[in-house]
Ligand binder design. Structure first.
Ligand code: 4AD
Ligand code: MG
Length: 473
């Protein structure tokens, strides 16, 4: 059996082939545009309707699954180079045009989210899915070539890796939770203690980096933050490399190289899908007022990121720029920047990236008080060796840091931040036995896909999004 992606590369010499797929469109009682998911492009299949019985002909509608056998010939049409002259036809499953929701017309993304089990049959969602798959492959390939080991960190955990407390509880003690008067006794729970879905595999990855050297984990992570935005999911996938003997500079360098490398991979390997999404974005932008349209097309934006150096500034410099910026002075920001030490909101991040620097920006050395407990304290005792990478149109895409490798300093910081040092004894022990400088970062996979596909809502780049009040499918 041959896939359409390969058929379209074949020299047509009248050879007999069989293809199977779903009908995209059927024109003039003759031309079936067939798609099997292997490429954004359809195969034109020409049927001999005169000799086809009426009942079969009626079933040839958008969405029907079909097997077609015929001769591959040179096409006379301008749109395609080859076509299939059909001699045999078998219908597997029809799709009643009165009821099948995915008709050959423009559907809104909101409508398609309600039909998430069928939206993969549209060109947009299949292109996004293929790019997602290619990026996943490119990520593993990048790390393999650099001798990193892929490790699988636990999904169920008793520790809060980010110390932020926005976690989903895992329990089998249903009744105890319903009985609100009673204090929950976790010793009776499945694991004998309070457990959650992981918010990050970082801490466990650190333990493996301290023996394997360079590792990465790539898995689902869960956040119970009630953020109903186009950038947040309750279940998202994260790539977290962790490297022994890396300082913050090595870490930033690797992150930049990593992002450029995987984006280059799709420029080369996903050309047709990117061209389709490029055109799609362009069409979308036509509906916007001129000043809101982006200066670059999707492919230009990806090329720009791949071929330009990311801008690096520290938090203090970033605050200075923001404080003196027009929107701050004219009170256009929702959160005005006044003092050193405040956390950057996405409006600030986007100002820096989209208006001020007009390129990806790495901000490093953040105030200790707004960052996680594990980040290495600088000599100023005020800032930590943190770094965030901000992307145009997205905001934060990467968060990372050099880790505190000094036992006393880490313990002190954990106590100050009210982190349970008994629960984290194993994490502290890494600093007792053969401790070493080390660093890592986390890349939000869906945020990267947003950038790579030009989609604007994170719900459209994961098959089945989990967001507040929504866990359908
Ligand atoms: O900045 P975060 O919270 O960092 C960590 O979890 C570290 N443990 C990573 C590390 O150093 N190993 O998350 C990292 C990235 C963010 O920059 C963002 O791209 C993405 O994960 N992210 C989300 N993506 C979708 N939905 C959410 N709710 C996200 N929260 C974070
Ligand atoms: Mg972050």
């Amino acid at each position: 059996m041959i896939k359409i992606i390969d058929v379209l590369k074949t020299k047509p010499e009248g050879q007999v082939i069989t293809v199977q797929g779903w009908i995209k469109t059927f024109r003039g009682n003759r031309f079936i545009a067939l798609n099997d998911g292997s490429t954004i492009n359809n195969l034109q299949c020409v049927i001999d309707y005169v000799n086809l019985n009426e009942i079969t002909l009626k079933k040839i509608t958008t969405g029907t699954s079909i097997k077609l056998q015929g001769e591959l010939i040179k096409s006379l049409g301008k749109e395609q180079s080859v076509e299939l002259k059909v001699t045999k036809l078998k219908i597997f499953g029809k799709a009643d045009p009165e009821k099948y929701p995915i008709q050959p017309k423009k559907h809104s993304l909101e409508f398609l989210r309600e039909k998430a089990h069928l939206r993969i049959r549209t060109s947009t969602f299949s292109a996004v899915a293929r790019i997602r798959s290619s990026l996943s492959f490119a990520i593993h390939d990048f790390f393999k070539n650099k001798n990193f080991y892929c490790i699988h960190t636990p999904i169920i955990t008793a520790s809060d890796a980010e110390g932020a407390g926005e976690m989903f509880r895992v329990t089998t003690l249903e009744n105890d939770f319903l009985n609100k008067k009673k204090e929950v006794d976790y010793s009776n729970d499945f694991f004998g203690k309070k457990t959650h879905l992981t918010v990050s595999g970082q801490l466990e990855a650190e333990t493996y980096a301290m023996g394997l050297g360079n590792v990465y984990t790539f898995g689902p992570t869960f956040r119970a933050e009630n953020s109903n935005t186009s950038r947040h999911l309750a279940e998202f996938w994260m790539i977290e490399p962790e490297m022994a003997f890396y300082d913050l500079n090595d870490n930033m360098k690797l992150a930049e190289e990593f992002i450029k490398n995987i984006l280059s991979y799709i420029l080369i390997n996903c050309e047709d899908d990117l061209k389709f999404l490029d055109k799609r974005l362009n069409d979308e932008e036509k509906n916007k007022p001129k000043i809101e349209r982006s200066e670059m097309s999707l492919i230009e934006k990806i090329n720009f990121v791949v071929s330009n150096k990311f801008k690096k500034i520290n938090y203090t410099e970033a605050i200075k720029i923001l404080k003196n910026s027009k929107p701050n002075k004219k009170k256009k920001f929702k959160y005005l920047i006044s003092d050193w030490g405040t956390d950057l909101q996405s409006e600030h991040e986007r100002y820096l990236v989209e208006k001020h620097f007009k390129c990806p920006v790495i901000i490093y050395d953040y105030p200790a008080d707004i960052k996680a407990f594990y980040m290495k304290l600088n000599d100023d005792n005020k800032t930590v060796r943190a770094m965030d990478i901000l992307f145009p149109g997205i905001g934060e895409i990467v968060g990372g840091s050099q880790r505190e490798e000094n036992f006393e300093k880490l313990k002190e910081r954990m106590i100050k931040m009210e982190i349970d040092i008994n629960e984290f004894y194993w994490y502290l022990e890494l600093r007792k036995f053969g401790t070493a400088p080390h660093s890592g970062f986390g890349l939000g996979f869906e945020r990267l896909i947003l950038f790579a596909t030009g989609m604007t809502n994170i719900r459209d780049v994961i098959p089945y999004p989990r967001t507040p009040q929504n866990a359908s499918f």
